[in-house]
Design a protein around this ligand. Sequence first.
Ligand SMILES: *Cc1c(COP(=O)(O)O)cnc(C)c1O
Length: 645
Amino acid sequence: MPLQIARPDQSVIVPLYGRVESAVAPGGDYLPMWVDWDDIIGVPYDIPVVGYGGKTVNYLRLFAAKASQNFDMAIFNHGDYIRAVQRKIESEMVSKVLYPTESVSFGKELRLVQEYFLVACGLRDITRRFVAQNKNFEEFADYVAIQLNDTHPALTVVELMRYLVDERRIDWEKAWDITRATCAYTNHTLLPEALELWSVSLIEKVLPRHLQIIYEINSRFLKKVEGKYPDDNEKLRRMSLICEEGIKKVRMANLAVVGSHSVNGGSALHSELVKTRLFPDFHELEPDKFNNKTNGVTPRRWMLKANPPLSSLLTDTLGACWITDLSKLHKLDGYMNDREFRARFMQAKQDNKIRLANFIKATLDVNIPPDAIFDIQAKRIHEYKRQLLNVLHIIHRYLEMVDNEVEPSSAQAFIFAGKAAPGYWEAKQIIKLIHSVANVINNDPRTKGLLKVAFVPDYRVSLAEKIIPACDVSEQISTAGTEASGTGNMKFAMNGALTVGTYDGANIEMLEEVGGDNFYLFGLKQEEVEKTLREGSYHPRGIYNHSPEIRQVFSALLENRFSPDEPDLFRWVVDKLLSDNEQYMHLADFKSYCEAQKQIVKDYSDKELWSGKAILNTARMGKFSTDRTMQEYAEDIWNIKQVKG
Ligand SMILES: *Cc1c(COP(=O)(O)O)cnc(C)c1O
């Protein structure tokens, strides 16, 4: 890695395992001692992050896990070389593999060790700097802000308490005030399977002193709740940091909320649902703690670096101001009727499409006609994101053309990219389905030049930079109420794509900015999804019975038209989507999705109409710069001021 600077002189020791011995201090205070622990060394590596224009350099500090010398030598000297080597391998695994799952938590010991290792390294670094400045810990929160990015670092709350109480001998109440004033929590998902729960027995084994502190935080917290709501045992059960149903588990989200002075989601809708659906009791107790910070993306990467032809046009038209103040894109309104501007805008899009078509030809040997509508869904593969809904529509379009002989008015290329978590069977099968459908459609002479499907492998930021500028239609089709915010949606729209999307996450705020004429909205709203599923009244078989289109698509899947050599390969899709109360309600939105798609094909054939909508999307995405988001975090949560203008 270029410019990665090792700082072994600032290495930290991270204790793990062992047990707690109780003792009494001379003054009679309880004096717990964490003893017999193993340890891992955290070695810092600094990566300089140069700000735009080069006037600011911040360091991103990463930590590598190294086996501790002492421990190795002890075993080594006993002649147990195998165990010494194994111990080294195990210790260093802690920073070697990243759990790649998104929106699922598995409860694996190594993952807990990783989470604690990074929390411990980070906090030691922070407190070392603070102590070096000779400041008083009463003022800790005036100088330090810790943003918990999801629950993965939620042990920060416990580790900071352990440090203040056990190592600095600060009394509990004071330490708790400091901790809460320092920490703030951003929630990233409402999906229940993603909420982290760690079994009490695992935490006791890995972090015995931390478990004691969690119990102490919980008992003091529940006493406070009980004081306010006497005899409401249900409320106490719900708000407890410990889930007592089945084997006892620690609710990391509750810990993050209780230990923070601010709790936010990543879009207006999501932040509302954090209050009403995820943490209603906590919201009732401390309503002022909850707030929204709508996400953003950086225009330096997602426009300036990824899209040179559009960036040149914007700078020629507006000057360079838009790069550091994206709200300036509003000024494009004045160029809406400028013929040269419109021509250059569409030429930039065409250049990007040709570049992507060439890349797809080189990697997949699939020919994408550059005049086709580039309809793209690029994001992690997950059932809630509904790649399946997209595929059902593609199959529908294909069957319409080959079985019903319907002629489309514009050629369409459906492009996918996205990774599946290794253990997520359905996600992997969805990738298989997309490839299988692509194989049949791309080799059918009847749809030649009219319909193409491509799955571009290895989705990652560098690939996203190639794909996003080439997009005409951005697929943002999650079931309403499931996508916390999305950021892909913003990247596509600011590069002049139109969104076909549900009323979900930040889509809602994008729609507010661009207006309904420049956004293809479809599908049920969050309240409708919630009500139907709560009542258990979603029966997709009824929809299927009344929809010849869905029946035709499902028949093709069941007749193995996309899996001639593997009968029944995609039967699971039909079974799943037809099952009662299918949680992402694919079939409920199928009809309105197809109607939105039909409107897209119609609008695209009018080049002037389309280019106007595309320009307005770029012009009205100023809000979704992360500069605006960070300004809000700085002012509302971290309480910090800009040093210079
Ligand atoms: C932006 C981005 C994402 C997030 O996409 P969503 O559509 O918001 O889920 C995921 N992966 C990569 C590589 C990205 O650049």
